[in-house]
Ligand binder design. Structure first.
Ligand code: ATP
Length: 879
């Protein structure tokens, strides 16, 4: 029976005539066949430039294809790699645990084909099989696997109630400095739109307003928070202080506020559905209670507990915004099962990425569509800054708010040329002033320029790209009434499911008064068919997607490729992550599927040089790079205290326990993220902390999406909770009021360290970060040497604590320890520094095994060891 070969060609050009193959060809084979026909990108060019244009491969290189290990493009492969390349919509191994299950299955059946073949529907199982294995040795395998991983590393967010402690002296400082700065800043008349009710935009008016504004800012993160902040602010001043001795640093005394709030002893609520729901309820109750009590808190003075007295700073408590946003996401996402697509994990990806940087493409961008529109507003507001073609540095003059560390600018949204409907939505969201990055990017984006923007974590980048995108859609002609064919005007790509959901939620908030503009999210871990139905039932002009699922729709959803031809704005959130090797091919494909004449926006908190070099894959030559990080400032927040601790591996578990207990004792509204190296190590740590009776949840790629969504939501709303997580939560997730981020083990890189740390200290709030390393991981410190991270002394572990941890470790299921061991080995095996010396690596892995209380390291299937390049290394046990 003839079947359409089209989806893949449509990806190139929807108007291509339908090509039919006879006899029957399964659609999943279409790309291999295409790849045979066009094994190189260049072959498209061989068809002639005109045809090339029609095929919409303009963004791909026109240079002769040079095969590069691990970096060949979709159309550049022939032969054995096709299987991995032509990923069907299923069949990806989610992480090392799934791998481990799979391998056990294989060991039992002796079949290497079974699962792959069935999943891949007969595709090249050899190549695919390799892609699935945690094979750090082969470039191709890494590439293929990493691509899968990368498709959805994962994270999470949402707004919600603020913690008292967040508002602090830092805020007060900001207020003071704002008061001064307003005069200077406000003179700039940044934008056209007259302010509501004060069209005079007079200097005096603004200055008079400044104190009111300050207070408003206290609550500006949520409409429901108004009033609260001022209460907390007042009451804060009437509090006493309490003196504590430093317990880690031998006598460093410090003061803390006596908050009057007892140290709530929370019982562990582990993750059964019922428990989750119940604890969710408890959390909600807690929030309001804690909020009330928060108002009776006072200042806390800390000296550094871990590192001597030099880090002393003040904290005060106050309630910042308490935006209670409901997730507008379709419940379909939650309960539609996890049968589709992969729940890939960044930790895997990161581990596989080593060495990829060397392989970055040197493809050139051919286009340079200049748009030299006259932009009075822009010039007026930003002086010559926005006239710069390349790099734009926001106006962080010494007296500007930016210099004082604020994430907010002095420009109100209602001073900008935004539609009244958007302004209403913004107001309802509780936003009044733009953040620095919003202020810097909005006029440039509205001007139609491509933008790459860098701004610190938690400073409102999502709104920065959503708002102008919404404006662009609202000014476009009304969409077609044919629902299936409603063009997608804005396509937003996020690396993780949680991040995509979060962005869609934010979009919904901003779209509150734009009834004619719809937003949808398509992510892995949910049923493709359900998404297809939903998209048909509710047409949308804004689509938020994870790369892998987007590709599934391009290939499998009728009419979808055509809808993408309407894209006017393409956004890559966490752009550096999307553009590095793991996602790169997916992104190239997506770029090939959207019109060349579009605007592209790249946002991230980190933009490494390599990404600057390859950003032309997505951006026009004349794009503007807007760096909202003040000159001379680090990429991390100054109000987040960063420390590292170096201790032997066998101390890590008890140390973690001590650190958590201490933080909990000092912070009644604690909210802690513990990052672990891999999904299975995450599971192990969560199990252990659960046994130790801490209130803990876990999130990683081994968990079904519905569970992830639920836990993520719970953590967002809760206080008094620890979330143990893999890198699925590293980027973008906007959990409000995280008090501490602990990173156990070396992060996969500098960027990952920054993004993980960025889960605390959001929206100008304070936070703490502790990086716990083994001595042989200390090398990592040189990669973050420009960051203000100080060495902390290691707290002593009393014998009782040690014994308790050992006892609780013995209760953790053996299979979880086995999985953790194998995952640990895989992670460090792919680490350039640690994995180079395989003998040493195995010694260290066995040290890790002993730290879990095991006398003998768990046996690992030969097949897996082979794939890791670890066969015959002494010290490993095989099965
Ligand atoms: N103008 C504004 N005023 C107050 N709050 C804002 C404003 N814009 C955004 N926010 C809030 O700031 C928080 C952080 O925003 P967002 O998650 O977009 O940060 P980000 O810069 O993307 O962080 P990351 O780099 O971690 O992804 C969110 O809770 C968001 O609702």
């Amino acid at each position: 029976m003839p079947i359409e070969l089209l989806p893949h060609l449509r990806l190139l050009k929807h108007s291509l005539p339908t090509m039919r193959l006879v006899p029957s060809v399964h659609s999943s084979r279409a790309i291999p066949i295409l790849s045979l026909v066009f094994p190189f990108k260049l072959r498209y060019n061989a068809l002639g430039p005109q045809f090339c244009n029609q095929l919409r491969v303009q963004r791909l290189s026109t240079r002769p294809f040079r095969p590069r290990a691990g970096s060949s493009s979709e159309f550049s492969r022939g032969g054995r790699d096709r299987g991995g390349e032509v990923r069907a919509s299923k069949s990806l191994i989610d992480d090392e645990a799934e791998l481990s299950d799979w391998v056990s299955e294989l060991s039992k059946t002796g079949s290497f084909r079974g699962r792959i073949a069935s999943d891949d529907d007969g595709l090249d199982d050899r190549g695919r099989g390799r892609g699935k294995i945690i094979d750090r040795s082969g470039e191709r395998n890494r590439d293929s696997f990493a691509m899968k991983r990368r498709r959805e590393s994962d994270s999470d967010e949402f707004r919600e109630p603020s913690r008292g402690r967040a508002r602090n002296s830092f805020e007060s400082r900001k207020r003071d400095s704002f008061a001064t700065n307003t005069r200077k800043e406000s003179g700039s008349d940044d934008f056209r739109q007259p302010s509501r009710g004060r069209t005079g935009n007079s200097f005096e008016t603004r200055n008079r307003d400044s104190s009111a504004t300050k207070m408003r800012r206290e609550s500006d993160s949520g409409d429901r928070s108004r009033g609260r902040s001022s209460n907390s602010f007042d009451s804060r001043n009437s509090q006493g202080t309490k003196r504590f001795d430093s317990r880690y640093n031998g006598g460093d005394s410090f003061q803390r506020t006596s908050s009057g709030m007892g140290n709530r002893q929370r019982k562990l609520k582990q993750s059964s559905d019922d428990d989750d729901e119940e604890s969710g309820e408890r959390s909600r109750g807690r929030i309001s209670n804690s909020f009330d009590s928060r108002n009776s808190q006072g200042t806390k003075r800390f000296d550094s507990r871990y590192s001597g007295g030099d880090l002393s700073f003040q904290r005060t408590t106050s309630g910042m915004g308490n935006r209670q946003r409901k997730l507008k996401q379709s419940s379909d996402d939650d309960d539609s099962g996890d049968d589709d697509d992969s729940g890939n994990d960044d930790e895997e990806l990161q581990s596989l990425r080593v060495g990829f940087q060397d392989l970055l493409s040197e493809d050139t961008d051919e286009e340079s569509d200049e748009e030299e529109g006259d932009d009075e507003v822009l010039k007026k507001s930003r002086g010559s800054l926005f006239g710069m073609d390349k790099e734009v540095i926001p106006n962080n003059t010494p007296s500007s708010p930016g210099k004082s560390g604020s994430y907010l600018s002095e420009t109100r949204f209602d001073q900008c040329s935004l539609s009244p409907l958007s302004l209403k939505g913004i107001k309802d969201a509780g936003y009044e002033k733009m953040t620095m990055v919003q202020e810097a990017t909005l006029p440039v984006i509205l001007k139609g320029k491509d933008v790459m923007a860098k701004a610190k974590t938690g400073t409102g980048k999502t709104v920065a790209f959503l708002l102008p995108s919404i404006e662009i859609v609202s000014k476009s002609p009304a969409a077609s009434l044919d629902q299936k064919r409603t063009p997608i005007s804005v396509l937003i790509i996020c690396p993780t499911r949680e991040l995509a959901t979060q962005a869609a939620t934010e979009a919904n908030t901003l779209l509150k008064y734009h009834p004619s503009i719809g937003v949808q999210v398509v992510i892995g871990g949910t049923r493709l068919a359900l998404e297809q139905k939903r998209m048909q039932a509710n047409p949308c002009q804004i689509l938020v997607a994870t790369p892998g699922r987007l590709r599934d729709h391009i290939e499998n959803t009728a009419g979808f490729a055509t809808r993408l031809m309407g894209v006017k704005v393409l956004v890559l959130d966490e752009a550096d992550h999307l553009l590095d090797m793991g996602f790169r091919k997916e992104i190239e494909r997506i770029i090939a599927a959207v019109p060349k004449q579009r605007q592209t926006l790249l946002f991230s908190a980190t933009v490494p040089q390599e990404v600057r070099q390859i950003c032309h894959i997505a951006l026009k030559k004349d794009h503007e790079f807007i760096n909202a990080v003040e000159e001379g400032s680090e990429d991390t927040h100054s109000q987040v205290r960063q420390m590292h601790m170096v201790a032997p591996l066998d101390k890590h578990f008890p140390l973690l326990y001590v650190l958590l207990k201490d933080h909990i004792a000092d912070n009644v509204d604690y909210k802690i993220l513990v990052f672990c190296t891999t999904a299975m190590v995450t599971k192990l740590v969560a199990d252990l902390l659960g046994e130790l009776n801490l209130n803990v949840r876990e999130i990683h790629s081994r968990k079904p999406q519905s569970y992830r969504t639920r836990v993520s939501d719970e953590f967002r709303k809760s206080k008094g909770l620890i979330l143990v997580t893999s890198d699925v939560s590293a980027r973008g997730v906007d959990y409000p009021d995280v008090t501490l981020v602990i990173q156990v083990g070396v992060p996969s890189g500098r960027e990952q360290y920054i993004h993980r740390l960025g889960r605390t200290g959001r929206k100008g709030k304070e936070g703490e970060g502790i990086l716990l390393l083994a001595p042989w991981e200390e090398y990592f410190l040189s990669t973050i040497k420009e960051l203000p991270i100080t060495k902390a002394s290691v707290p002593s572990i009393d014998p009782d604590t040690k014994k308790k941890v050992e006892e609780m470790l013995s209760r953790v299921e053996m299979k979880n320890k086995e999985s953790a061991y194998q995952a640990w080995l895989g992670y460090y095996n792919s680490n350039k520094n640690v994995g180079r010396d395989k003998h040493r690596l195995v010694e260290l892995a066995n040290e890790f095994s002993r730290s879990m209380g095991l006398d003998n390291p768990p046996a690992i299937p030969k097949l897996v060891l082979g794939k890791m390049g670890l066969r015959n290394i002494p010290g490993l046990r095989t099965k």
